[in-house]
Design a protein around this ligand. Structure first.
Ligand code: FES
Length: 132
């Protein structure tokens, strides 16, 4: 199966590969797996506590080219976004941007789940500090 140009680009030049210290207060970590294929994705965000804006993101994905491209794309997209905006990101937007074929849609769902999990993790760490 042929990958789209954008998938190949992200796959060959993945953005924001790596990880932050999980214990860091400003970091939210999302770790998800796809039962269908066994691929695993870790996505992390670093959040400015004062503004609630995501300033940086990292990922590590053990999976197919589409999963790597999806997570790379998401780390680019969420920078500068608020937590709400990041949590509202849809896998369909990722699939559309990367022109993923139907059999690779679950790879983009993995990225959506990962960013949501990262936002939740950050929020859980800060439930005391947040009022609304
Ligand atoms: Fe499962 Fe891509 S084949 S994440």
């Amino acid at each position: 199966m042929a990958y789209s140009e954008k998938v190949v680009d992200h796959y060959e030049n993945p953005r924001n590969v790596g990880s932050f210290d999980k214990g860091d207060d400003s970091v939210g970590t999302g770790m998800v797996g796809a039962p269908a294929c066994g691929d695993v994705m870790k996505l992390q965000i670093r959040v400015n506590a004062e503004t609630g804006v995501i300033e940086d993101a990292r990922f590590k994905t053990y999976g197919c080219g589409s999963a790597i491209a999806s997570s790379s794309l998401v780390t680019e997209w969420v920078k500068g976004k608020t937590l709400d905006q990041a949590a509202a990101l849809k896998n369909s937007e990722i699939a559309e941007e990367l022109a993923l074929p139907p059999v690779k849609i679950h790879c983009s769902i993995l990225a959506e789940d990962a960013i949501k999990a990262a936002v939740n993790d950050y929020r859980q760490k800060h439930t005391d500090a947040q009022t609304a």
